[in-house]
Design a protein around this ligand. Structure first.
Ligand SMILES: CC(C)(COP(=O)(O)OP(=O)(O)OC[C@H]1O[C@@H](n2cnc3c(N)ncnc32)[C@H](O)[C@@H]1OP(=O)(O)O)[C@@H](O)C(=O)NCCC(=O)NCCS
Length: 221
């Protein structure tokens, strides 16, 4: 990241340490515009289907907790992995329809933001590449793998959200062809907060709920 950009984000990063501050990019790409990235030799890509769960868990016991296993078993969300010698080196999740708040946040519970997608759009979330494998376009290869699994399905577009100071992720997904279609924002200190919702996302068939930190709090009687 260049120095000027780093300086622009300094106040924002500082606020994130002491309060709630979230600028969230909504990014989208049409599947036929997604840059194809090949997977390096020795790596394989696959979906963690309910039938593959036992063997993947056996080789990667830390990968999935009970909640995540439930999401796969109930087909609430799909999990894709990149493996090297049976070890998961990268993963990403995909959801459709009503995206619950827990699927979209930056670790701070106040930043959880639910939304609804049209039927031809899928949401990519919780993408992760193991540190020794970073910088090798594995994220792109994973998106290419997911895209090829979508072919012939009703899905024509992928969307994702990325926190604005995650420059590595933004560089990576823009290289793949994703473009920012809107930004939501939440700033809060104590009980006070201000939120912005890019309502024009409805032109993309995306309808946002409210940030968890922007919900009226129940006051105990
Ligand atoms: C964001 C992330 C998925 C990118 O995966 P990746 O396979 O490394 O992506 P790329 O190979 O396209 O590299 C992206 C950028 O990471 C940076 N990078 C390069 N080598 C790196 C390394 N060894 N370690 C960390 N970052 C590195 C570079 O800025 C690179 O862009 P550049 O090559 O144009 O300079 C990965 O860094 C990650 O898992 N981060 C933590 C979780 C996260 O932020 N997820 C994304 C949520 S939207």
């Amino acid at each position: 990241m260049n120095t000027l950009l780093q300086m622009c984000y300094l106040p924002y990063r500082a606020m994130r340490r002491i309060a709630t501050a979230n600028i969230c990019h909504f990014l989208a790409v049409e599947l036929d515009k997604l840059e194809v990235t090949p997977l390096s030799e020795g790596l394989t890509f696959e979906e963690v289907t309910p039938s593959r769960l036992p063997s993947i868990i056996q080789e990667n016991p830390e990968l999935l907790d009970d909640n995540l296993i439930d999401l796969i078993q109930k087909s609430i969300a799909h999990c894709y992995v990149v493996l090297e010698n049976k070890q998961v080196v990268a993963f990403s999740w995909l959801a459709t329809g009503n995206v619950p708040a827990e699927f979209n946040h930056d670790e701070n519970p106040n930043t959880q933001l639910p939304f609804k997608l049209p039927s031809h759009t899928a949401y990519i979330f919780n993408a992760y590449v193991s540190p020794p494998y970073r910088g090798k376009r594995l994220y792109g290869a994973m998106m290419s793998g997911i895209s090829s699994r979508m072919s012939g399905s009703r899905i024509l577009r992928l969307v994702m959200t990325t926190e604005a100071s995650n420059h590595r992720a933004l560089r990576s997904v823009r290289r793949m062809g994703f473009r920012t279609i809107g930004r939501s924002m939440l700033f809060g200190v104590g009980k006070f907060c201000v939120a912005y919702y890019p309502r024009h996302l409805s032109a993309w068939g995306i309808y946002l709920g409210r940030y968890e930190g922007d919900r009226p709090k129940l006051i105990a009687a």
